[in-house]
Write a protein of this length. Structure first.
Length: 324
C-alpha cells in the first residue's frame, strides 16, 4: 500500500463512516489527488492493480461507466482511502475512532481503514464483488425501491406477507434511517409489496433505477462465489471495532468479519441500528470519509443532535484538520 494509515489516541468519541454505492459522482477524488501526493499514490496504485485507469474514470467519467457496479465499488473504496490519506497528510496521524462503519460496499472501505484488510486486497474484493453482483443481476434481474414514511417493522411485515401471497422474493435491503427503507427482490414479489406498501400508507414508493436486487436472495450465486475470494484474503482484527451491517454490532474476530461480508450480500443493511449502537455508546461526532454526504444526511434522521462532518474534498479535509 502506498502509505499505511496511522492512528493516535483521541479524546473525542467519533465514528469514521464510509459511503457505499450511490455516493459516486464524476470528479470525485480529483481535487484530493491534485492537492495531496499521498492521495494520488493510492489512485495510482489502484490503476496499476486493476489494470485500467480507475482514477480517470473517477475524475472524468463517463458517468455511465463510473456508475456500473463493477467500477463504482473499487472507485468508492479508492476515493475513501484517498480522503483518509489526505487527512493523515495534514495531521501526521489520524484520530483513533471509537468505531468504524461503512454502508454496504462501504463496509470494505471501513475494514481497509481499520487495518483489517489491506488496500490492494480490498480493491480486488470489491472489484470481484461488483463483477459477481452484475453477473447475478443479468442472470436474475430484480428491482429495488425506496419506501418513505413507514416504520421498519411495518415494511418488514408487508414484505413478509407479500412474499407469501405472491410466492415472489422481497425483503428489506436497507434500513437507512427512520422513515427511509429500501426493499429488494424479484419483479413478482416487489410489485406486490410496492402496491401493498402504498395501501399501508407509505408517503412515497419510489422504484430505483437499478436492475440488481442487492441485499436479497437473488444475490445468493454472487455470495457463494465471493465467499471463496473472501476466505482466501488475509483478514486481521481491526484497530478499533467495525460495526457490522447485518448485526449492527461490532465484528470481533476475523471469522466474524468473513461471515459478515458474505451475509451482507444477501442480508439487510441495518444502518439505523448500527448508528444507534454508536450513539448508545456515547458517540456524538460522525465523520464521513469519501464522496458526498449521503450518510451525514441519514444521521440527521437517526441522531439529530450529532455532529456530522464530511471529508470529500481538500476544503473538508483542511477544516477537520484545523479543529483536530
Amino acid at each position: 500500500m502506498a502509505g499505511a494509515f496511522v492512528y493516535t489516541s483521541n479524546e473525542t468519541p467519533l465514528v469514521l463512516l464510509f459511503p457505499g454505492q450511490g455516493s459516486q459522482a464524476v470528479g470525485m477524488g480529483k481535487a484530493l489527488a491534485e492537492r495531496y501526493p499521498a492521495a494520488k499514490a493510492l489512485f495510482d496504485e489502484a490503476d496499476d492493480l486493476l489494470g485500467f485507469p480507475l482514477s480517470a474514470l473517477c475524475f472524468e467519467g463517463p458517468e455511465e461507466s463510473l456508475t456500473d457496479t463493477i467500477n463504482a465499488q473499487p472507485a468508492l473504496l479508492a476515493c475513501s482511502a484517498a480522503a483518509l490519506a489526505a487527512l493523515q497528510s495534514e495531521l501526521g496521524s489520524l484520530p483513533m475512532p471509537t468505531f468504524f462503519a461503512g454502508h454496504s460496499m462501504g463496509e470494505y472501505s471501513a475494514l481497509v481503514a481499520a487495518g483489517s484488510i489491506g488496500y490492494a486486497d480490498g480493491l480486488r474484493l470489491v472489484r470481484e464483488r461488483g463483477r459477481l453482483m452484475k453477473e447475478a443481476g443479468q442472470k436474475a434481474p430484480g428491482l429495488m425501491a425506496a419506501i418513505l414514511g413507514l416504520d421498519e417493522a411495518v415494511v418488514a411485515q408487508v414484505c413478509a406477507d407479500a412474499h407469501i401471497a405472491s410466492r415472489g422474493i422481497v425483503q428489506i435491503a436497507n434500513d437507512n434511517c427512520p422513515g427511509q427503507i429500501v426493499i429488494s427482490g424479484d419483479r413478482v414479489g416487489m410489485e406486490r409489496a410496492m402496491a401493498d406498501l402504498e395501501a399501508a400508507g407509505a408517503r412515497k414508493v419510489v422504484a430505483l433505477a437499478v436492475s440488481i436486487a442487492a441485499h436479497s436472495p437473488l444475490m445468493v450465486p454472487a455470495a457463494i462465489e465471493l465467499k471463496a475470494a473472501i476466505d482466501a484474503t488475509p483478514i486481521h482484527l481491526p484497530i478499533a471495532p467495525v460495526i457490522g451491517n447485518t448485526s449492527a454490532t461490532p465484528l470481533t474476530s476475523a471469522d466474524s468479519i468473513r461471515a459478515e461480508l458474505v451475509a451482507q450480500l444477501t442480508g439487510s443493511v441495518r444502518w439505523t441500528a448500527s448508528m444507534q449502537y454508536a450513539v448508545d455508546a456515547g458517540v456524538e461526532t460522525f465523520v464521513e470519509i469519501g464522496p458526498g454526504d449521503v450518510l451525514s444526511g441519514l444521521l440527521k434522521r437517526i441522531a439529530r443532535k450529532s455532529e456530522r462532518i464530511s471529508l470529500a474534498d481538500p476544503a473538508g479535509v483542511a477544516a477537520f484538520a484545523a479543529r483536530a
